[in-house]
Design a protein around this ligand. Structure first.
Ligand SMILES: C[S@@+](CC[C@H](N)C(=O)[O-])C[C@H]1O[C@@H](n2cnc3c(N)ncnc32)[C@H](O)[C@@H]1O
Length: 227
């Protein structure tokens, strides 16, 4: 699981050194992500945020029932101080999530999961935790295979092509195409797929909804025919 595969060490060390969850066009991409969320959930008030990180995504926003899950105790301690009314749980997302919420978020996490079994467990846990909506923001194109990246970082490309993870093996990264069948099997349907216009369209927001179960129709007992 993630704790054993070095995932915890990487993030814990990064946060202990004061590093942020994300770099690059953070403000613009969070603004775009919020605009997508609001289309489906105009007032998100019941949230589980898996791999919540440093909560920059939540800057200037609030939520009535919020549970943030992350593997790093350092970032969660910091979050607790900033948001004393919110709940936080330090756990590997590959271990079962013991609660559920109307809306589950998992942003910029899946492409950091290197172990294939952990990846499948995380997807399963996300699908079980959502009562209605599941938003996943992840890569739809492998940035390591873009010509711009290969030209800028040939060493990192070779490293990655040889099956080692991440930029020079430091940041854990692994690209996998999204497999919708995993969500369908779990009773969810894909209701939206939005390619982010930033960062060369590498990231996509996937929106899943729990399939509505049709209420069982009671047939009227036939009375009076024989009795
Ligand atoms: C790139 S940050 C994303 C933070 C936030 N979701 C965002 O988009 O701003 C990835 C986060 O996932 C967390 N993480 C990585 N692997 C995890 C795992 N197996 N279980 C729980 N959290 C994990 C890291 O600690 C980190 O905070």
């Amino acid at each position: 699981m993630g704790f054993g595969s070095g995932q915890m060490n990487y993030w814990e060390e990064r946060y202990q050194e004061g590093g942020p969850s994300n770099t690059g066009q953070v403000v613009e991409s969070y603004r775009w992500m919020w605009s997508v969320i609001k289309k489906y959930d105009p007032h998100p008030e019941d949230i589980i945020d898996v791999g919540c990180g440093d909560l920059t995504f939540w800057k200037g926003r609030d939520c009535l029932n919020y549970l943030g899950i992350d593997i790093s105790p350092t970032i969660l301690k910091k979050n607790w101080k900033e948001r004393p009314n919110w709940k936080f749980n330090c756990q590997d997302a590959a271990t079962p999530i013991s609660s559920s919420a109307k809306t589950v978020l998992c942003f910029n996490v899946l492409f950091h999961i290197v172990d294939d079994e952990d990846y499948l467990r995380i997807i399963e846990n996300l699908t079980k935790a959502t009562e209605k909506l599941l938003f996943i923001f992840t890569w739809t194109r492998d940035p390591y295979r873009t010509p711009a990246f290969i030209l800028r970082h040939p060493g990192a490309f070779v490293h990655y092509a040889l099956g080692r993870s991440g930029i020079y093996g430091i940041v854990p990264h692994k690209f996998r195409p999204m497999d919708n069948s995993l969500f369908v099997q779990a009773g969810l349907v894909l209701i939206g797929r939005h390619i982010c216009p930033l960062n060369q369209g590498i990231g996509t927001m996937y929106v899943y909804e729990r399939k509505k179960v049709k209420p069982f129709k009671k047939t009227q007992p036939q009375v009076g025919l024989w009795g």
